[in-house]
Design a protein around this ligand. Structure first.
Ligand SMILES: NC(=O)c1ccc[n+]([C@@H]2O[C@H](COP(=O)([O-])OP(=O)(O)OC[C@H]3O[C@@H](n4cnc5c(N)ncnc54)[C@H](O)[C@@H]3O)[C@@H](O)[C@H]2O)c1
Length: 259
C-alpha cells in the first residue's frame, strides 16, 4: 500500500471534499497530514476533529494561500520540520466564483515546489505522488462558469505535461488527476450567488433549472482519491460521478479529427 506510513499535504483541506481526503488518507494508514488552507477558524475545528479521531500527532494546520508562493513554501517547510518527510501533495484548494476570476486563474497550479524542491529531498520512498483535482468541468463546457471550466481544463493539460515518461524518469513523481462530478460541499451551495454579473445571474437561473448532474457525497470522492493513489498509473485520470469511479482515457487529436 503506497499510502501507509506516508506524509501528505492537502490544500483546501479544512472543509468540503478536502477534509474527507485528509481523513480517508489517515484511515488508509497515512502517517500524518498537513491541512494547508486560508480559513483558520475551520482549520482549528478540523485539527480538533482529526486529533480526536486519529491522535494529535497526525495533523498540522498551516494557514496558507496557495496562490502565494512563500506561503505554500512555508506549508512544505513546516510539514518536513514536524513530520520529517513529504510524499503526497493533494492539490485540492479551489474556488468557484466567476466574479473574482483573476484569483481563480492563479489558484490551480502548485506542483513545482513539490517536484523541484521538496520531494527530491524529503520523500520517504522511491516515488512521490501528486494528486491534482480537476472536475468533470475539465472536459466539458458550462456556459455559466467559463473561467472555472478554463481552470479545470488547465489542470488536465498541466497534469498531462508533468506526467510524460521523461518527466517521471527524472522526477520520480507519479501524477494522478481526479475529476469529480457534482459534490455536496459549501462550494456547490454558494456558487449561484457568486455569478459574474446580472447577465450571468440570469443565465445561471436557467442553468440550475435544467441541471441534471447527480449530487454525490464528499465521502464518495475521498474513496476515489485512495483508489487513484493506490492503483492509478502515472498520468492517469479518474472521474468520480454519482459515487462511481472510472478511469478516463483521452483521445489523441487525430482521433478527434472530423470525418
Ligand atoms: N463540489 C463539487 O461539486 C466539485 C466538483 C468537481 C471538482 N471540485 C473541486 O474540488 C476541490 C474542492 O472543492 P469543494 O467543493 O470541497 O470546495 P469548498 O469550497 O467546500 O472547499 C475548498 C477549500 O479550499 C480552501 N481554499 C480556497 N482558496 C484557497 C487558497 N487560495 N489557498 C488555500 N486554500 C484555499 C477553502 O478555504 C476551502 O476550505 C476544488 O478544487 C473544486 O474545484 C468540486
Amino acid at each position: 500500500m503506497f499510502i501507509t506510513g506516508k506524509v501528505a499535504i492537502v490544500t483546501g483541506g479544512v472543509s468540503g471534499i478536502g477534509f474527507d481526503y485528509a481523513t480517508e488518507l489517515l484511515k488508509n494508514g497515512l502517517k500524518a497530514v498537513t491541512l494547508a488552507d486560508t480559513d483558520d477558524a475551520k482549520g482549528e475545528e478540523a485539527v480538533a476533529k482529526i486529533s480526536n479521531d486519529f491522535g494529535g500527532d497526525k495533523v498540522l494546520f498551516v494557514k496558507t494561500d496557495v496562490t502565494i508562493k512563500e506561503q505554500f513554501d512555508n506549508a512544505f517547510k513546516q510539514t518536513v520540520d514536524k513530520f520529517g518527510n513529504i510524499d503526497i501533495l493533494v492539490n485540492n484548494a479551489g474556488i468557484l466564483m466567476e466574479s473574482i476570476w483573476e484569483k481563480m486563474m492563479a489558484i490551480n497550479v502548485g506542483c513545482f515546489l513539490a517536484m523541484e524542491e521538496y520531494f527530491p529531498k524529503y520523500k520517504s520512498g522511491d516515488e512521490a505522488v501528486i494528486v491534482n483535482i480537476s472536475s468533470i468541468a475539465g472536459f466539458e463546457a458550462a456556459s455559466v462558469v467559463p473561467v472555472y471550466v478554463a481552470t479545470k481544463h488547465a489542470v488536465v493539460g498541466f497534469s498531462r505535461s508533468i506526467s510524460t515518461p521523461d518527466q517521471y524518469e527524472s522526477s520520480r513523481t507519479r501524477i494522478v488527476t481526479i475529476c469529480p462530478g457534482a459534490t455536496d460541499t459549501p462550494m456547490m451551495q454558494e456558487w449561484v450567488r457568486k455569478a459574474l454579473n446580472d447577465r450571468y445571474r440570469e443565465l445561471t437561473k436557467t442553468f440550475v433549472e435544467v441541471m441534471t448532474y447527480p449530487m454525490q457525497t464528499t465521502g464518495a470522492v475521498a474513496k476515489a482519491l485512495v483508489k487513484a493513489i493506490e492503483e492509478g498509473g502515472n498520468g492517469s485520470m479518474w472521474c468520480v460521478e454519482d459515487s462511481e469511479i472510472f478511469e478516463l482515457v483521452l483521445p489523441s487529436r487525430l482521433d478527434m479529427r472530423k470525418k
